[in-house]
Ligand binder design. Structure first.
Ligand code: CA
Ligand code: CA
Ligand code: CA
Length: 266
């Protein structure tokens, strides 16, 4: 009897495994609609702003995706943000919004005066509503809030080393980014003398060379300068620059690579 029963089990086992390709759960179908969305919860950006699927607060994310699985499968869009505002307690609601201070520029108090913008920024970065409205908060407002002037992407127009109040940003990418990280006004308002001074103090090479590529200060870039550029060339991932090579670094990231060479014109 026992032998007959065993034979029956062996006979039917291949059929039990055959319908499922997953070796971890033989015979047990995987419910993908439940299994996959959870993988996107607990990482990535805040649940309170729009971005790709899933969000950083695991509990909030699973609550929202239980209601609308597309928030974990496709994109975390405005519907998901709205669900998070309704179903995630205080996560996306800051009690101090609105508070005093312009949302688009930094100030020494928490929060800012436009409620929606204040809530969006604090949803993405708590400290904007618990500590001070820092440059990082103002920069976030530039991305998230309609009323803030857009932040000019680097490089912009005009020399990094001198003021040009009519334009924002400056022409050397790495230097432009470095200065705007220190002072978002330089990429939102105007490139004033404060920005130019910050460039002089903080950007390697850019303000040490009067004319890019003119190593011998003849006010012209020629084949003699090209020979100097070759000696200074640090290659991809190279740097820091050797002494006397400031004129070989166009973008101010302390190397002389192909990006710099592309701007070199003897
Ligand atoms: Ca020259
Ligand atoms: Ca460079
Ligand atoms: Ca470089």
């Amino acid at each position: 009897m026992y032998a007959a029963r065993l034979a029956l089990v062996v006979l039917f086992m291949p059929c039990a495994f055959a319908d499922d390709g997953d070796p971890r759960s033989p015979g047990k179908p995987v419910d993908r609609s439940q299994a996959e969305p959870r993988g996107t919860c607990g990482g990535g950006d805040s649940c309170c702003i729009e971005h790709g699927p899933g969000c950083s607060d695991f509990t909030c994310c699973t609550a929202v995706c239980d209601i609308d699985p597309s928030c974990c499968q496709d994109v975390w869009d405005e519907v998901c943000v709205s669900l998070a505002q309704d179903h995630c307690g205080d996560l996306c609601v800051s009690g101090i919004c609105p508070a005093s201070g312009d949302c688009c520029s930094n100030h020494s108090s928490p929060g800012c005066e436009e409620a929606t913008c204040c809530g969006l920024v604090c949803g993405a970065m708590d400290s904007c509503c618990t500590a001070v409205w820092s440059l990082a908060c103002a920069a976030l407002a530039g991305k998230l809030c309609d009323q803030c002037d857009p932040v000019v992407k680097c490089p912009g127009d005009g020399s990094c080393c001198s003021a040009h109040p009519a334009t924002t940003g400056c022409d050397r990418a790495a230097c432009c980014e470095l200065v705007c990280d220190l002072d978002i006004f330089c990429c939102r308002g105007e490139w004033d003398t404060v920005c130019a001074n910050k460039a002089r103090l903080n950007c390697p090479n850019v303000c040490e060379c009067v004319l890019f590529g003119d190593f011998d200060a003849t006010a012209a870039v020629d084949l003699l300068d090209f020979a100097s550029f070759q000696l200074c060339f640090s290659g991809a991932g190279g740097g820091p620059l050797a002494a006397g090579c400031a004129c070989a670094d166009y973008d101010g990231d302390d190397d002389a690579d192909l990006a710099d060479f592309a701007r070199f014109g003897p």
